[in-house]
Ligand binder design. Structure first.
Ligand code: MD6
Ligand code: FE
Length: 200
């Protein structure tokens, strides 16, 4: 299987075949039924363009109080557990001897994007963050530990997996744009990105 290494980001194009992708979507739908997607607000009061929810012991949330992990969905219910189909990908590619505490589900509708950021709200940077792309293609930009400087970009397609560990663990990255309707995996279009993390 093909593996790319771009600035330390390990990219596995087409890691999941179409059947596996469909099974993951079905499992993500069950997570979203239990813990509905919500529109997060940054600490500065900006509404993010993605909608999100989580599975696992801890879920990542943001509101006027800041970025953090919480044991409950904003509605007060505990997050649903991480589906086995998702843990299988972690076990195959993370190189971690611990299971993830958290699976963040990001949904990109038409026009949604994600600004350059670091994943640094975890207490443990020795384990990678693993991301799974499902649905429409997205332009993923990878930068440096400090803001600015040279960046490289790659189109992530449905079934691609990215492992951000080692010297890439704290590098900036973001989604510049999504080609809405470029995949038929989600009948109404859009993109799902799952990120798995050991938090603490
Ligand atoms: C996305 N991904 O693909 C956004 N984070 O929609 C991320 O923010 C990300 O792809 C950590 C590791 C890999 C990622
Ligand atoms: Fe990230």
């Amino acid at each position: 299987m093909e593996k790319l290494n771009i600035a330390g980001f390990e990219i596995y194009p087409g890691w999941l075949n179409p059947e596996d992708q469909a099974a993951l979507v079905s499992d993500v739908r069950a997570v979203v039924r239990a813990a509905p997607l919500f529109h997060p607000v940054t600490p500065r009061g900006q509404q993010m363009s993605v909608r999100m929810t989580s599975a696992g012991r801890l879920g990542w949330v943001t509101d006027r109080k800041g970025y953090r992990y919480e044991p409950r969905h904003p509605s007060g219910i505990p997050w649903p557990s991480i589906p086995e189909s998702i843990l299988t990908v972690w076990n195959a590619l993370s190189g971690s001897d611990r299971l993830p505490d958290s699976c963040l589900v990001n949904f990109y509708g038409e026009g949604a994007r994600m600004g350059m950021h670091q994943d640094k709200d975890e207490g443990d940077f020795s384990r990678p963050v693993l991301s799974i792309s499902l649905g429409d293609e997205a332009l993923f930009r990878m930068g440096n530990e400090t803001r600015g400087g040279k960046t490289e970009s790659v189109w992530l397609r449905s079934g691609d997996v990215v492992v951000m560990g080692g010297k890439a663990r704290l590098k900036h990255h973001g989604i510049d744009r999504v080609r809405f309707g470029s995949s038929t995996l989600l009948p109404k279009g859009g993109r799902i990105n799952l990120t798995l993390r050991v938090v603490s």
